[in-house]
Design a protein around this ligand. Sequence first.
Ligand SMILES: C[S@@+](CC[C@H](N)C(=O)[O-])C[C@H]1O[C@@H](n2cnc3c(N)ncnc32)[C@H](O)[C@@H]1O
Length: 442
Amino acid sequence: MKNKPLHNLVDEGGIIAPARTKRDSDNRMIAARPQPRKKSQVETKNQLGAQYDGLPGSCDRPTGPDDSWRRIAAARAPAFDQSVPAYLLDEKYWFLDWNPAFDELVACPLGLKRLRNHAEDFIRELVNVEAVYQRSKKIFDPKNVPLIDVEPLVFHTEKYGDVEFEKIAVQISDAHAQLASWCVYLNITRAHRLEEMWDDLRASLESHLNWSRYALSYDKLLLNFDDYFDLVDLVVGKVSNCKRCLDLGAGTGNGTIKLLEADLDRNVWAIESNQAMIQQLISKLEKSEVEAGCDYFGRLHVLKENLLRLDDVKDILSPGSYDGAILINVLYAVEDPEKCLRQIFRLLQAGGRLVLSTSHRNTDVDKLFMRMQDVLERKNLFSQLSPNFHDARERHKKMEALIHRDTQQDIRGYLEGAGFRIVDWREKEYADAVVVVEALKP
Ligand SMILES: C[S@@+](CC[C@H](N)C(=O)[O-])C[C@H]1O[C@@H](n2cnc3c(N)ncnc32)[C@H](O)[C@@H]1O
């Protein structure tokens, strides 16, 4: 056992072992029910051999297969976001979406836009553009499109010099077995400043993952936290006359739903950059639509975009055409708050109203969580939600520096620097954790 290669061990573990068969009373071959396996050495010893202590977890082989398909299905979709740079193209090679690593390395520096840029726009920027172009013309023959395509790409970046990728593009089929889209992975094979690049990629993935993880606890906690409802009510109430509203950093969509519910003539643009948050928003809206018997999606426009790149999507969000914007607990998380506010200013029409809530230097996160615990305990929900509560606290710890980055004076400065006139300023909302500001575009 000690010297066997790893794939044999996996085989013996039964995960990919051939199905066993037995015969029924008519001597027909039928699949045998899997027998409970005896505890073997594989389960109790690590896989590296007696001379090693073993890596964490190696002695606790998963049970199953049983419902492993559930775990596999749950892991596959988010896995796209946490992998090497990767993107999705439609069947005509237009960008549908990409993951945070591609965003950091390619989409952001090139200013790519989803649904607006074609693969050509990326190819044009490659160091080996000529070879890639000539090859693509030959390989991607519309009458005989390959299932898979592999080729080297070289992309020049300001920060890391030339980056070399081994591209693997695979077809994704629709329910009728027709080409629906392409999934393209860029495996990084070389870069001039490789270490620096991986450090940056890791930081960006970590920050993205922090939001994705928070997306799972967010509603479980906050939809039971009255102070949060009060905050959303207060903010949405301040744009009550507005018919074309932006919900910026919409998260799981609590502001968006409130905006849609409160005025049936209102259109809402929900802008959010995190896929896990968007997924929560969509599934919640689908449910709310059925429950309320209202058409929400006819008045809702969801855009996956970074709030620092709103100027780049003028053909989707037209400048000067919105009368209201809300930004609930988002500004602290944005890298360049004044740049973000300047872009919101350009989107609003004259007289348009921005209402935001955000943390500041004196925000007491412990006090906020104590208050939340108090409310949940009063509702007898705390023990049930305790894993989410502790996870949410962890998410906040990772963002500690961002949460406390700005003084109230800084926030005032960002707003006025962007051109807004502040008409209301409150400091006592949401367990005193945020300022709520109402500002007008003169
Ligand atoms: C604390 S949540 C608030 C969500 C929502 N506004 C609410 O009221 O519940 C912050 C949200 O801002 C989003 N966000 C942070 N930075 C962003 C950026 N640069 N562009 C777009 N969304 C961003 C996060 O993904 C997250 O969903």
